[in-house]
Design a protein around this ligand. Sequence first.
Ligand code: F3S
Length: 298
Amino acid sequence: MPITVAQTAGFCFGVKRAVDMVYEALDAGKQVCTLGPIIHNPQMVEELSQKGVRIAGRVEDAPRDATLIIRSHGVAGEVYEQIEKAGLGMADATCPFVAKIHQIVAEHSKEGAVILVAGDPEHPEVQGICGHCRGPVYVFKTPEKLQEIAENVPELCEKPVILVSQTTFNKKVWEKSVEMAKKVYTNLKIFDTICSATARRQEEAVSLAEKSDLMIVVGGRHSSNTLKLFDICSSICDTVLIETAKELYAYDFGGKIKVGVTAGASTPAFIIKEVQLTMSEILNNNNIEEDVNFEEAL
Ligand code: F3S
């Protein structure tokens, strides 16, 4: 019974870079503290915690002797100032694609443009982007919300407007938002800042889901890109979202023949492999948990 794992499943370039930076700092014998969990994957965060990596919610909570690592989501400009003021060592793992958005919004807002960000206002990446704007900035999640901003702030129509997106924003929602923005704003510049890794992952998830009876999406339940994969796949076929392979035992997969597996950008390769092996066992009716020896199988 075929299980197909998406080629794009797992760590993206930016997340791998951030995790590598943590390991490099540990290898160099440094005390390591990350500003927020380095990735949205509890298993990976736990593994790092066992190696002594601490997590600080705010700069002032970081131990004085630690190297503070900024995660791939990036942070607002003022956070760099706080780190410098606190005299902490720092390693900046802001993904270069996110840093590019910081540069776009900083430059254009300095020249008087209003910034519109397509994204989740609660997401740290979006908060970091807003924190690099030097003037008015509005965040919207849906074209309807964008319409609402246009109606409530009509003076925006006369100003230069810059449209950017969170790197993991849904491509279809972005395209609809662009269409709407073009109708409303005459002095508009659009920067499609959706990361191609995200777009490729979402496109592959669609084509895999179309060929599957069941999609398994592996990733942290607080990871926005994992949740987006779940939304996309569940609109096409039966889909389950799991963080670890063991969760598969809670489901009845009777009648499912073609199974696809994809995973969010923060999901380590070893978890994806465990899911593949466990699912294979379940489909072959050998679902005896103790028989799966991941160490040997890997
Ligand atoms: Fe960077 Fe794209 Fe990953 S923006 S963090 S490579 S999803």
